[in-house]
Design a protein. Structure first.
Length: 202
């Protein structure tokens, strides 16, 4: 669900380190290196994952200024996947092999020929298959260095974290509730009171 739609579940992350002063000049090119591109069936690709502009999901390229509003950056990620039935693939492969043997008057085909036919069939079936698309968003508050991800799956959050770190050359640390509490206690100088209360509760 998009952030602009109201309430949703999020994961919080903290950006470690200082934001480089050249971010506004370098971010556009950095984001384009990891921008979403459609699945390339000719290469046998079954998945594509990358940045999109949440305000214009179909834009092939976008700039830093288009996803930044004051101190906030709103980015989206799109993941497309193509899957087809392996049972159907095997059935069509056998049919293709038999028709090839008949056409070329062969008793059997070589391993190399079989692999070539499998590659040809994979490309054909990927072309015939519509991708399943999924979208998630994140908001980066560059004043507090907090990133909110509109995703809760560990696998998806890890992938978004990886592409964020590769894009901006900044590390993200998950802000688990226990870590948030520990940071607050340390910031307020309440360590002694906390340990006293912990001991008293035993």
């Amino acid at each position: 669900m998009p952030f602009r739609s109201g309430g949703l579940s999020v994961r919080r992350f903290l950006v470690l380190g200082d934001i480089p002063p050249t971010l506004a000049q370098t971010a556009t090119l950095a984001m384009r290196r990891y921008t979403f591109r459609p699945i390339n069936e000719e290469r046998g690709e079954k998945e594509s994952f990358g940045w999109v502009n949440p305000r214009n999901l179909l834009a092939e390229n976008f700039t830093y200024d288009e996803v930044v509003d004051g101190p906030h950056m709103l980015l989206g990620v799109r993941r497309d996947r193509k899957n087809f039935s392996q049972v159907l693939f095997r059935a069509r492969r056998e049919e293709l092999i038999e028709s090839t043997k008949k056409e070329r008057k062969l008793q059997k085909i070589s391993r190399q020929q079989r692999l070539a036919l499998e590659e040809q069939l994979t490309i054909q079936m990927l072309r015939e298959t519509s991708p399943q698309s999924a979208f998630s968003e994140l908001v980066w508050d560059m004043n507090s260095n907090i990133v909110l991800m509109g995703a809760t799956s560990n696998t998806l959050c890890e992938r978004i974290q990886e592409v964020f770190e590769a894009t901006f050359d900044l590390k993200l640390r998950p802000m688990y509730p226990a870590l948030i509490g520990a940071d607050y206690i340390a910031a307020q100088g309440l360590e002694a009171e906390y340990f006293q209360a912990t001991e008293a509760g035993r």
